[in-house]
Design a protein around this ligand. Structure first.
Ligand code: 9D3
Length: 237
């Protein structure tokens, strides 16, 4: 898989993709990730990437042209219909489809080349959406200053689902959400920490009993913290 990120703040991404599962996936050749400065595609002498909104109002709007030129360089076309198979051009925006595990899973399964456009200011010229974007995604109902943190979140959620990306210490099947429940509680040594003891059932070696306990605790925690996951009313699947 190839992931390209378009942003006016390329330095924001620093070493964020150089740790843990993403680093290993890059090292194993499962994914390549490149961050591009939208400003490098600006054509005027001041390299402007934003301008005032038609119709008036506060704030600035990201210009269409630098983003069109970036997509043209990366894909050889600015017509969505002519993108190579397996290409996704994702606009991270508060108006997008909410990110869920299923969305990440679909992208990990089906996409070969993902381009993420990080918005800033009040938004992006709508002609980017009309001509270029295949998917508009939000990471939740809260206001951030731009799409950059969302591109990091989405990249992480996708890359760890690529076949072979997970090491032996973890498994996608046991993830919270893949079975529709939150994870059960975990403990490690010491068995008594500052007077707080580990539940006895985890120490007795009865694996059938341990599995039953873990499922009960997962269900209990889900009922308490995320009842919406149990009623199927949050669009998770
Ligand atoms: C405060 C400005 N708002 C207009 C009344 C609209 C607005 C524009 C741009 C709000 C936030 C942003 C910047 N956010 C993103 O680009 C963004 C985002 C988010 O804010 N929340 C959740 N997911 C995402 S993905 C991209």
């Amino acid at each position: 898989m190839k992931i390209d990120v378009l942003t006016i703040f390329p330095e924001f991404f620093g070493q964020v993709f150089d740790f843990g599962i993403i680093r290993r996936a890059k090292g194993a050749g499962l994914v390549s990730i490149n961050v591009h400065d939208i400003r490098e595609f600006a054509t005027d002498k001041h390299k402007m990437t934003d301008d005032r909104p038609f119709g008036g109002g506060d704030g600035m709007v990201m210009k269409a042209e630098p983003i069109f030129l970036a997509i043209e360089q990366l894909l050889g076309t600015t017509e969505r219909e002519k993108y190579p198979p397996g290409t996704k051009v994702i606009l991270l925006s508060p108006q997008g489809r909410p990110l869920k595990q299923l969305v990440a899973q679909e992208l990990a399964d089906d996409a070969e080349h993902i381009i993420m456009i990080c918005g800033r200011y009040e938004g992006v010229d709508e002609r980017v959406n009309d001509a270029l974007v295949t998917d508009e995604i939000s990471i939740g109902d809260y206001v951030m200053s731009g799409g950059e943190p969302a591109a990091i979140v989405l990249t992480d959620a996708i890359v760890r689902l690529l076949p072979e990306a997970l090491g032996s210490e973890t498994s996608a099947e046991n993830d919270s959400f893949s079975n529709g429940l939150l994870d059960c509680p975990h403990y490690t040594r010491p068995a008594d920490f500052r007077g707080m003891s580990v539940p006895e059932v985890l120490l007795n070696g009865n694996h059938a009993e341990i599995e039953k306990w873990r499922h009960e605790k997962a269900l209990e925690k889900t009922k308490r913290l995320r009842p919406d996951l149990l009623t199927g009313e949050n669009g998770d699947t």
